[in-house]
Write a protein that binds this ligand. Structure first.
Ligand code: PAF
Length: 279
């Protein structure tokens, strides 16, 4: 695997490649990321991964400084997956001057759910993803459904800017007890790790209720939030949305089999976990 840190070297290395499959990451790689690499391999060749902890998507009180950085272990994992190029730019390389041109996601999609609790987050994500796409020029790029809203926003950006990159969605990779794998799971204490799969269990309970005809989504969301709070979590939201646009379902959507998804974000101790489940 070639480890490349400059945009110029990356362009030299990938010149003439028309089927590049790209997986952007922030490192601290786990099985979930590796499953994205495997999916990328099925959709293109060569596979290019990136590791870049993107300051633009962290709020002032978020964990940019303590975000886990495990570069050597990540390299070994990517080598085993047969990744051809790892693009790992420094901040100075990717942002040699203040990034004044930014992508601004539409307010309805960018400021709801995660966007409400992490102002500026999706602007930071889309700006770096557009820039990484411009460096790698991939034919396809893979993103996990675990970050459901991120996936939708990137897909919409790619379509609206007519980018030549097809966005591929990967299923969420879960531990045996249902917890969605995430780099931030490493912040959980042993005790919290035992409690953490409750988030997914509650999403399943909500989904079961909707499937069995319980149509009062507000009531279901309230009950789920209260259950989390009762177990010591600090929930930001549990929200049932339309899969098509992530807007709350209108009266009748549930009854008329509109595809839905239930999304949740909650803090357990200092760790903020997000998860979702398609209904
Ligand atoms: O999902 C992530 O790890 C990040 O948001 C991404 C897409 C790599 C952009 O920094």
């Amino acid at each position: 695997m070639k480890i490349i840190s400059s945009v110029e070297d990356l362009r030299d290395q990938l010149r003439g490649q028309l089927r590049t499959a790209f997986v952007p990451t922030m490192g601290n790689l786990h099985e979930g990321h590796l499953s994205l690499m495997r999916l990328a391999r099925r959709h293109g060749d060569p596979v290019v991964a990136s590791i870049f902890v993107n300051r633009l998507q962290f709020g002032p009180n978020e964990d940019f400084d303590k975000y886990p950085r495990t570069f050597q272990a990540d390299v070994e994992k990517l080598e085993k997956e047969g990744v051809y190029v790892l693009f790992a730019p420094t901040e100075k390389e990717l942002y040699p001057e203040p990034q004044e041109f930014r992508v601004r996601p539409p307010d309805d999609l960018g400021n709801t759910l995660e966007g409400e609790f992490r102002p500026g987050f999706f602007g930071g994500v889309t700006t770096v993803v557009l820039k990484l796409f411009s460096c790698v020029q991939p034919r396809v790029a893979v993103f996990g459904k675990k970050d459901y809203q991120q996936l939708m926003i990137i897909r919409n950006m790619s379509r609206q800017f007519a980018l030549p990159t097809e966005i591929i969605a990967a299923e969420t990779y879960r531990a045996h007890d249902g917890l969605a794998l995430s780099s931030r799971n490493s912040y959980l204490s042993a005790e919290e790790r035992v409690e953490a799969p409750m988030l997914y269990r509650i999403l399943n309970e909500v989904a079961d209720e909707v499937r069995s005809g319980h149509l009062d989504t507000f009531e279901l969301e309230k009950k789920a939030m209260a259950k989390l709070a009762g177990r010591g979590w600090k929930p930001d939201y549990v929200s049932i949305r339309r899969r098509s646009d992530l807007m709350p379902p209108c009266a009748g959507d549930c009854a008329h089999a509109e595809p839905l998804v239930v999304l949740a974000a909650a803090k357990l101790g200092i760790t903020r976990l997000i998860d979702n489940l398609e209904i």
